[in-house]
Design a protein around this ligand. Structure first.
Ligand code: PEP
Ligand code: MN
Length: 343
């Protein structure tokens, strides 16, 4: 249920409601915005009737959250969530861009890519120190050494670092080094990892599983939110279909669908969605056109030598072109006559 408090409700009145919920064994979250103060209490109506809470001082109204995704639901908070990653706002009015190589391979590789990513005006660099690979014989990432290189590159170029956590065991190290922790597609239903991400002090980027429905993806989000981490961003990265001209199929319609059901920002990763360099820019623009809050794009100076995902990595010049075009499409959508048309 959603407990809407009066705007002038005192801290003691809020505490009183929270104590009642906690005594009934209900974990809840307080949401405070300049416009509204509310408490989201998932599944509370099983233990407490609304008429027990509604008469309490400071309570304006109790409304049921009918959506099965209680915390991710658009009904749970007033307005949309904006996630701040080292001062880059994801979900705000600007398009959030994240670029970088698939994996950290060497100091030279990482620094060369970081230089042109920063020069293109992109403030978030993404590269995996831990790589979840389909084959156990493929490059698995540099691990701790990769994290050290990411810390160095952040200091050198003033970039925020997005990097993936693949296991609970190494999560602490990733959390310490990252400005945002990615949970990859293959781990979308690794519930222990999702819970750990929910207890993480850094924002989380949750990729959609290659065969996950929107419902399954949002339940995964619920695991993260349920542990108290509200800084969560969804990322569509293509799903498996019968289509075999590309690595995956970019599900553009899931972007507005996810935004309609939730208050969370949604990004698009056209690199894993296509697996083909020539399709990355058009699909990135399609993502922006359907209302994505940002893009996550792989780029490499020498894709032919990349240790993972070379065929989908944009060359530096293409990466710069992508940034210009994506921002141009985004500007068109910001035109007053078009605002609100998508989301
Ligand atoms: C990646 O981001 O490099 C990656 C492995 O992505 P995904 O989890 O979407 O396959
Ligand atoms: Mn990759």
């Amino acid at each position: 249920m959603l407990i809407l408090m009066e705007n002038h409700a005192t801290p003691d009145q809020v505490k009183e409601v929270l104590s009642l919920l906690e005594a009934a064994g209900i974990r809840c979250q307080v949401n405070e915005t300049p416009e509204a103060l509310s408490i989201v209490a998932p599944n509370a109506s099983k233990a407490l009737k609304p008429d027990r809470i509604e008469p309490m001082d400071g309570v304006r109204r109790v409304v049921p959250i009918t959506s099965p995704y209680k915390l991710a639901s658009a009904d749970a908070v007033a307005g949309r969530t904006v996630v701040d990653v080292r001062s880059v706002k994801i979900g705000g009015s600007a398009l959030a861009l994240v670029g970088g190589p698939c994996g950290v391979e060497s100091r030279e590789q990482l620094f060369t890519v970081a230089r042109y990513v920063a020069e293109a005006g992109v403030k978030l660099l993404r590269a995996g120190a831990y790589k979840p690979r389909t084959s156990p014989y493929a490059f698995q990432g540099l691990g701790l050494e990769g994290l050290r290189l990411l810390e160095e590159v952040r200091a050198e170029f003033d970039l925020g670092i997005v990097t993936e956590a693949t296991e609970v065991e190494t999560f602490d190290a990733v959390e310490q080094s990252a400005d945002m922790v990615q949970i990859g597609a293959r781990n979308m239903q690794n519930f222990a990892l999702l819970r750990r991400a929910g207890r993480c002090g850094k924002p989380v980027l949750l990729k959609r599983g290659p065969s996950a429905t929107l419902e399954e993806w949002l339940y995964a989000a619920e695991y993260v939110l349920g542990e108290g981490n509200r800084n969560l961003v969804l990322c569509e990265r293509g799903i498996r279909t019968w289509s075999d001209h590309a690595r995956n199929t970019l599900d553009v319609s899931v972007v507005p669908a996810a935004k309609a059901l939730t208050h969370l920002p949604v990004m698009v990763d056209p690199s894993h969605a296509t697996g083909r360099r020539d399709l990355v820019i058009p699909c990135a623009l399609a993502g922006v056109a359907v209302g994505a809050d940002g893009l996550l794009v792989e780029t490499h100076c020498h894709p032919e030598k990349a240790l993972s995902d070379g065929p989908q990595a944009l060359l530096p010049s293409d990466f710069i072109r992508l940034v210009e075009r994506a921002e141009a499409v985004h500007r068109v959508l910001q035109a007053p006559s078009l605002t609100g048309l998508w989301m």
